[in-house]
Write a protein that binds this ligand. Structure first.
Ligand SMILES: [Zn+2]
Ligand SMILES: [Zn+2]
Ligand SMILES: [Zn+2]
Ligand SMILES: [Zn+2]
Length: 454
């Protein structure tokens, strides 16, 4: 019987509930209540008509599902590293994102320590800087692969980042600036709080809450479009006044110059455009807000956001910078001192070497003189040998030197016989023997070398 026939036989005996159980058993994990309800409802709906109407369809559906699921099982079983979650003792490295923002590098704590301690839906996610991670948690970060993840922003707005829980996050500082931007350009809150000589009333709705929407509907001016040739610092100041911001922020025009130069530096086109004027107006207001509220200023500073407010002068940043500069300076000074010392040492070594060299060359000269004398002596003694005077003054040995004539093989008596030496093998013969030999030969009898004519 084929598998299909077997199944047909089995299913024909099953009740609707029994069939649903067969489907439930296909699913490789336990369903929660709502998933169970869903499965029941779908299957019950399909089995509403008389049994003969749906039986073959249900059987086909089950068979196809069964085949698909066993196929998937096979694939996952054969490639466990692709599908199974990383086990405690797995050697697979975990991948952790290193977020980069300017010169900062930081990581999500829950990601790097692979913990779920921060609840899935927590409002904040804490981070740890790369520097702190490397200095304080060196032992905990084996088998981690770091990948760089630059924080990106489009039109001032940060791109959301997905946390391991699936929720999306942005940096707190980005949220803060985004929020204020809404106040400044959206609700235009600082343009709408208007002064009057006498107190005034606001209509409230039935919940007795002040009608924020109504305040929001107060008229407010738009940032004016600017000419094709850009705008000046004066234009920024005029625009701030035109928008009515001077009442809320009396000193706002003082920021125009610093903000303007920053906007001008960062402009995307060749001339300043209306969107740049929006930026200028926004950053003048940001400067004012941070000036008024110390806690906001502290927050922005702690989140490394100071440089993002154009023209903003943060005392804490300045202090940190000068501290860092001092530290760097002292490190440089130390290095310089070390360099100086090693330079001095090198100098001393060089001097010592030079002195040694001098001594050596003196000794060398003496040696050369000696060598010369020796060579001369040797030359003289050679000369005396060549001339056949075997005086051998230095060797008073008992056996006198005996040398045979190469041709007659009789001994050559030192000092008496005239001898000739072969210029090549230096062997000797009596002059008269050699002369006789040369009458018939041109070669040395020993080495066959060409002999000079006599
Ligand atoms: Zn700062
Ligand atoms: Zn001879
Ligand atoms: Zn010879
Ligand atoms: Zn020879």
């Amino acid at each position: 019987m084929s598998e299909y026939e077997l199944r047909l036989k089995e299913f024909s005996k099953l009740s609707k509930e029994g069939i649903i159980e067969k489907f439930r058993a296909l699913i490789p994990f336990t369903l929660d209540a709502s998933q169970n309800d869903f499965l029941d409802a779908v299957l019950m709906q399909s089995m509403k008509a008389p049994r003969s109407d749906w039986f073959s369809d249900i059987l086909l559906c089950y068979s196809v599902s069964n085949a698909m699921i066993s196929l998937m099982d096979k694939i996952t079983d054969e490639n466990p590293d692709l599908f199974l979650p990383r086990g405690e003792d797995s050697n697979e490295p975990i991948t952790v994102r290193v977020f980069e923002d300017g010169d900062q590098q930081f990581l999500m704590k829950s990601e790097v320590f692979n913990t779920k301690s921060e609840s899935e839906e927590s409002f904040t996610l804490s981070a740890i800087t790369m520097e702190k991670l490397l200095t304080n948690h060196e032992s905990e970060i084996h088998n981690i692969e770091f990948i760089r993840y630059p924080i990106t922003r489009a039109n001032h707005r940060a791109s959301p980042i997905q946390a391991p829980s699936g929720s999306f996050y942005v940096l707190a500082i980005d949220f803060f600036f985004d929020f204020l931007r809404g106040f400044i350009h959206g609700q235009r809150i600082f343009q709408k709080i208007t002064p009057t000589d006498t107190p005034y009333f606001l209509k409230i709705n039935l919940t007795l809450a002040a009608d924020i929407d109504r305040i929001m509907s107060f008229p407010s001016k738009d940032v004016r479009d600017i000419q094709e040739d850009g705008f000046t610092i004066e234009d920024v100041k005029n625009e701030l006044a035109n928008l009515g911001l001077k009442w809320r922020f009396p000193e706002i025009q003082n920021y125009a110059e610093a903000v303007y130069s920053e906007v001008d530096k960062r402009k995307k086109g060749s001339v300043l455009r209306t969107c740049d004027l929006f930026d200028a107006v926004e950053h003048c207001q940001l400067n004012c807000i941070l000036k008024i509220d110390d806690s906001l200023k502290k927050f922005v500073h702690s989140q490394k956001g100071c440089h993002r407010v154009y023209g903003f002068k943060c005392e804490d940043c300045a202090a940190e910078k000068s501290k860092k500069r001092e530290e760097k300076l002292s490190i440089l000074e130390k290095e310089l001192n070390e360099l100086k010392m090693s330079h001095q040492k090198t100098l001393e070594e060089v001097q010592e070497l030079q002195q040694k060299n001098l001594r050596l060359s003196v000794r060398n000269e003496t040696n050369e003189v000696k060598l010369k004398q020796l060579t001369e002596k040797l030359a003289q003694s050679k000369l005396s040998i060549d001339e056949g005077r075997y005086s051998t003054p230095c060797t008073s040995s008992a056996s006198p030197l005996k040398i045979q004539c190469l041709i007659c093989e009789k001994s050559i008596e030192s000092g008496e016989d005239q001898i000739i030496r072969c210029p090549l093998c230096k062997r000797r013969s009596h002059s008269k023997c050699a002369i006789n030999w040369l009458k018939e030969h041109q070669q040395c009898p020993a080495c066959n070398g060409e002999l000079p004519k006599y």
